[in-house]
Ligand binder design. Structure first.
Ligand code: GLY
Ligand code: MN
Ligand code: MN
Length: 430
């Protein structure tokens, strides 16, 4: 594990909160993520299934978590089943968890080898009234490949057709949206590593460097600070590349006079930060670039203030579009009359600011949670208005990660330079 050990109270408490939501005589089964095949005998780097990690802290493939709180056998009320290791695996792939290690990380007293799972399952099923299974219900996830949870569900249905199946995903979303203190600490760490990456980049960027060289600086800073890597593919987009919202090629040369839009976030202990900053490649904004930058920054600050209990992410996005529309009029992109006459289905501001302003953040960069649900203390959202003007080769996005509290929004990235003057001043010191 690259990160420093996590207090297993986090996972114990998560399991308790989950089990408290279950009806009587329930069984719940969570599968770890697959190792995703690359080519030949290679796999992509392993990333744990987020719900599985949330409930167990176990960061290893081919593991199963079994929760059966009302089972009469104490040894099966909560149990973790682990990949059976052997000499060959130890020699080629290295160390895998012992039962003792898995118990220490997860706080689960009953650790078994995965070979014991089937028999244990049969035992907990005897008095089960329903069985909860996990699945990825993220609306925009179109997985073509059935994951371990789905394969297990299909297998289960065939073997045990008479049981009532239930969805764990809505319960997991309900739990994961509210971050505990320990989770906030991990997110803060991810944000802090991201800050270091950005500070390094501000010192490094100048006309003539490639976007991938800037990425390499970030990779270095993330790794030496114990991040797993990036929480998502980083965007290092100079000039017109930044007009492509999901640009991830990062191959172009950064040119004098252009802006560089960066969207990157460190993943620490599987928790992801998500930050966007826009800087002038040569260290000095033009008057027009600064005017546009400050328009986005004003909207960012106003939208951030709206991340309070009772509001919704949907309403905040709508409000940010309205604010940016007013800024766009001031910037001369269109007039008040143009807005009056616009096609309501295709508002003019959508051309220059096509995306939403806030999404949930946590173990996943686009974390689970409903966008209609009223915002509650403990939720963490991004705030990320943008302005993209193809006619002027200007693309700006500013994004911080915000914790909602009873006492107002807490910006987890408040110490990351954001004012245009501060960015220029730091870049002038290169
Ligand atoms: N980095 C992905 C996003 O900002 O939503
Ligand atoms: Mn984001
Ligand atoms: Mn982002």
């Amino acid at each position: 594990m690259r990160h420093t050990p996590i207090n297993n109270k986090l996972f114990k408490n998560n399991r308790k909160r989950f089990v408290d939501l279950l009806p009587k005589n329930s069984v719940a089964i969570f599968q770890s993520n697959d190792q995703f095949p690359r080519n030949g005998d290679q796999f992509f780097p392993f990333r744990q299934q987020s719900d599985f990690f949330y409930l167990s802290g176990i960061d290893q493939e081919k593991s199963i978590l079994l929760l059966a709180p009302d089972c009469s056998n104490k040894k099966l009320k909560e149990a973790i089943f682990l990949l059976v290791t052997n000499e060959r695996i130890a020699t080629y792939d290295g160390h895998k968890y012992t039962k003792k290690e898995a118990g220490k990380i997860s706080g689960i007293e009953n650790a078994y080898w995965v070979d014991d799972f089937e028999l244990s399952l049969r035992e907990v099923l005897v008095n089960a009234d329903q069985v909860f299974f996990n699945s990825n219900e993220y609306v925009k996830s179109f997985n073509e490949v059935p994951d371990r949870n789905i394969r297990f569900i299909n297998d289960f249905k065939e073997k045990y057709p008479l049981y009532k199946l239930e969805r764990a995903a809505p319960l997991m979303a309900q739990l994961r949206t509210i971050k505990s203190g320990l989770e906030v600490e991990l997110l803060k760490k991810a944000c802090d590593i991201t800050r270091k990456g950005f500070e390094r980049v501000m010192r490094f960027t100048k006309p003539g460097v490639h976007e991938f060289e800037i990425q390499a600086e970030i990779d270095h800073e993330f790794t030496i600070n114990r991040a797993n890597g990036h929480g998502y593919a980083p965007i290092l987009a100079s000039g017109t590349n930044a007009l492509v919202l999901h640009y991830i090629e990062n191959n172009a040369v950064c040119n004098d006079g252009d802006l560089l839009l960066m969207d990157f976030g460190a993943e620490y202990a599987n928790y992801s930060a998500d930050m966007s900053r826009t800087i002038p490649v040569n260290g000095k904004f033009t008057a027009r670039q600064k005017e546009c930058y400050n328009a986005v920054l004003r909207t960012f600050k106003a939208a951030r203030a709206l991340l309070v209990p009772g509001n919704t992410a949907k309403k905040i996005s709508e409000e940010a579009w309205r604010m940016m529309e007013a800024e766009m009029i001031k910037l001369g992109l269109f007039t008040v009359d143009d807005v009056k006459n616009q096609d309501k289905e295709k508002p003019l501001h959508k051309k220059y600011f096509p995306h939403g302003t806030s999404h949930y953040l946590g173990l996943d960069v686009h974390d689970v949670g409903s966008y209609d649900e009223p915002i509650k203390p403990g939720m963490v959202f991004t705030c990320e208005p943008g302005l993209y003007i193809p006619e002027e080769n200007i693309a700006i996005r500013i994004e911080n990660d915000i914790l909602v509290t009873e006492n107002g929004p807490v910006d987890l990235m408040e110490n990351i330079p954001i004012e245009a003057d501060d960015i220029e001043s730091i870049m002038s010191d290169r």
